[in-house]
Design a protein around this ligand. Sequence first.
Ligand SMILES: Nc1ncnc2c1ncn2[C@@H]1O[C@H](COP(=O)(O)OP(=O)(O)OP(=O)(O)O)[C@@H](O)[C@H]1O
Length: 246
Amino acid sequence: MLRLEDLEVRVADTLLLGPISLELRENQVTCLIGPSGCGKTSVIKWMAGILPPEMKASGTLTLDGTPVERHDRFLSYQPQSDALFPWLTIGENVCLGLEVAGMSRGEAWAKAAPLFEPFGLKGTEHLFPRQLSGGMRQRAAFLRTIVQDSRYILLDEPFSALDAVTKIRMQEWLVSRLEADPRGVLMVTHDLHEASRIADRLLVMSSRPGRIMADLPINLPRGQRSETALADLREHLKTLLLEDET
Ligand SMILES: Nc1ncnc2c1ncn2[C@@H]1O[C@H](COP(=O)(O)OP(=O)(O)OP(=O)(O)O)[C@@H](O)[C@H]1O
C-alpha cells in the first residue's frame, strides 16, 4: 500500500493545499476530482517527486510501511501535458521509460510494439510528436506510462484531449488491462462520467487550500453499475462540488 500522510504544500507563506492523507491500494483505481486550482496536480507531482522547488511540501510517503526514497522504482507518472520529447520519435518516446529502467532498446521495443495497434498508433512509430494530433500524442504518453511495470501509476487527466469514442476505448482498455494485471492507479479527472465508470474509489477535494472532503468507495464491480446508479453517483458528486463553491 502507498500511503501519503499530512501533505501540505505552500508557496512562500500561502497554503495551497492540505493537510491531505490518502492511501492507494495495489488493486484499486482511485480517481481524484475537485475544482480547478485545488491542488490535484500538486498532490501527484509530490508523490512522483517532481514538485517544483518554489513549492514547499511537508508530509510523508510510505510504501508498505517504509518511507519512500526512490520514486521511480515503483511509480510511473503521466503529466497533464503529454511531455513527449520532441527530438525523439514516438517509438523512442514510448520505450524511454523501459530503457531507463534497464531494458535494452530491443527488449523495450518487443514489449511496446504490440500495443501500438490497440492504441491507434500503428504507423506512428517513426514519426516525431509534432507530426501527431494532440489526441494521438496523449495516447502515446499514456502508452509510455502504462507499458512500464510499475506497481503504482499516477495519471493526470490522461484522456482529456481525446474524442469521445477514443476516450471510451482507452478507458475500457485501461480497465481490462488492470483486471488482468492489477496496479494501484491514482487518476486526476474533471470528467464525472469517467470517474464514476472506472474508479473503485473517489476522492473529492475542496477548493483551495484543497483537502479531501469526501472519500467514496464504489462497491459495485464496474460491469454491474447500472446507468441509474452511475447517474445517482454523479449527482452526489455534483452536489458536493457545488456546495463547496458556495
Ligand atoms: N509553480 C507554482 N508556483 C506557485 N503557485 C503554483 C505553482 N503551480 C501551481 N500553483 C498554484 O497551486 C494551486 C494548485 O495547483 P494545481 O495545478 O495543483 O491544481 P489542480 O487542482 O491540478 O488544477 P487544474 O484542475 O486546473 O489542473 C493553484 O492555485 C495554482 O495556482
